[in-house]
Design a protein around this ligand. Structure first.
Ligand code: SF4
Length: 440
């Protein structure tokens, strides 16, 4: 029998958002560092780790199903992630699980793995690349800069699952980003629950990077990351006033001119009920100013439709806002009462059929806006990053497109390209989501 047959094997299921993916990568990296093998099948593994999502009720169901499947096919299961923070739910549904931890708990997961599947004596440290094990394709990677959130938006239970903001040391974040770029990563996607709050918990402490002082603060971190030679894209930027500071970095080409900034609504009263900041006039004035400084800026935002108590007039105010704001990308959701969210106790819940009707109206309006904004790109030349190639051509993304959530650029004569290539293309066509282009 070969030596690898003696190595313990761990199966892994990773559910949930990009933040959960990053947790999975940390656990997988530690497992490989300690010499465990990772198995693609439940039957073949000695034990299975399920990283769960608990955000909305359908995610809870999916997570419980995944745990059930792992128990049926393997029997030894450790649960981690957001649903794990609601420990009772998991234990009640599946009393046979070996251990349950919350999110962001690599040490606890490793302790549970050690207890039920002892670590091999000969760790293959050299098998682990410095950038860790990643679940995203080789040319882009998520970099998580903090965990938790100090806000208490009434529709959200993330702070109760993940706790208050804890920022990673700025030197560690930069080292991870540098390792990723050294390993061939072309695009760094900065994520957290609240990217613009980075460093608040440590009073923007000054750390060190490359022998120089560097403040733990979004603007300084973004500027430093922009020096690494990769695309840098900012996600989950809460609309604080200091977000204005990163726009000049975008205009100078240091980081991508792309801002993922959830506004959630436009009406003052609803925003107040959501415990969200800002007046819409203020937001519109800021957007105008951002576009004056950085005309290429792509704005992505998310909105909740049919929040408890939302009247027809308040909803129409949101539509007016969208018309004026001319955002590039919008994600919208009908309010869904997540167990444990404070907003559930608000009066006058909007009936589901009215929610759906408002959602459809909003999406229709936004589709027209997105379509018009994409149409303006026809004839322009831009640099894109190739994600995949097949016999029909290449599928790439421009600075306006984050992986998985935005559109793509189809390059019909791109058969000879490879994933991870940067290429200059001329835009030839568009619809409400995507662009078509040819290599110039
Ligand atoms: S800022 Fe985001 S993570 Fe924090 S409470 Fe609000 S919605 Fe939840």
């Amino acid at each position: 029998m070969s030596k690898t047959n003696h190595l313990p094997k761990v199966g892994f299921v990773s559910l949930g958002c990009p933040k959960a993916t990053v947790d999975s990568e940390h656990i997988l990296t530690r497992l490989r560092a300690e010499g465990y093998l990772i198995s693609g099948s439940f039957q073949d593994a000695d034990l299975v780790v399920v990283n769960t999502c608990g955000f909305i009720n359908s995610a809870v169901e999916e997570s419980l199903d995944a745990i059930g499947e792992a128990l049926a096919k393997n029997g030894k299961v450790i649960v981690t992630g957001c649903l794990g923070a609601k420990g009772d739910v998991v234990k009640q549904a599946h009393p046979k699980v070996l251990a349950v931890t919350g999110p962001h708990a690599t040490d606890e997961v490793m302790a549970a793995v050690h207890q039920h599947l002892p670590k091999p004596h000969d760790p293959y440290m050299d098998l682990v690349p410095a950038q860790g094990i990643r679940l995203t394709p080789k040319h882009y990677a998520y970099v998580k800069i903090s965990e938790g959130c100090n806000h208490r938006c009434t529709f959200c239970i993330i702070p109760s699952l993940r706790g208050d903001l804890v920022s990673r040391p700025v030197g560690d974040v930069m080292q991870e980003a540098q390792n990723l770029v050294n390993a061939g990563v072309k695009e760094l996607l900065v994520i957290s629950q609240d990217t613009s709050a980075y460093g608040v918990d440590v009073k923007y402490r000054t750390g060190f990077w490359g022998g120089k002082p560097l403040k733990s603060r979004m603007t300084e971190l973004a500027a430093a990351m922009g020096e690494l030679g990769a695309w840098v894209r900012l996600h989950y930027v809460y609309p604080y006033p200091h977000v204005d500071e990163v726009i000049p970095l975008m205009a100078q080409g240091k980081i991508l001119p792309y801002l993922d900034i959830p506004f959630q609504h436009a009406n003052q009263r609803i925003l107040k009920l959501m415990k969200r900041p800002a007046s819409s006039e203020n937001v519109l004035a800021r957007i105008k100013q951002w576009r004056e400084i950085c005309p290429d800026l792509t704005l992505r935002s998310t909105f909740i439709v049919g929040f408890p108590g939302e009247t027809e007039e308040e909803f129409e105010e949101l539509l007016d806002f969208l018309e004026q704001a001319q955002l590039d990308r919008v994600g919208a959701f009908a309010y869904s009462p997540v167990d444990g969210a404070a907003a559930n106790a608000l009066p006058d819940h909007v009936p589901p059929e009215v929610q759906q009707e408002r959602l459809a109206r909003l999406m229709l309006l936004q589709e027209e806006i997105s379509e018009q904004r994409l149409k303006r790109k026809i004839g322009k030349t831009m640099k894109v990053l190739v994600d995949e190639v097949d016999e029909d051509g290449a599928i790439a993304r421009s600075f306006s497109d984050a992986p998985e959530i935005d559109g793509v650029v189809y390059i019909e004569n791109g058969q000879q390209l490879k994933a991870g290539d940067f290429v200059e293309v001329k835009i030839t066509d568009s619809d409400e989501h995507d662009l078509w282009a040819e290599i110039v």
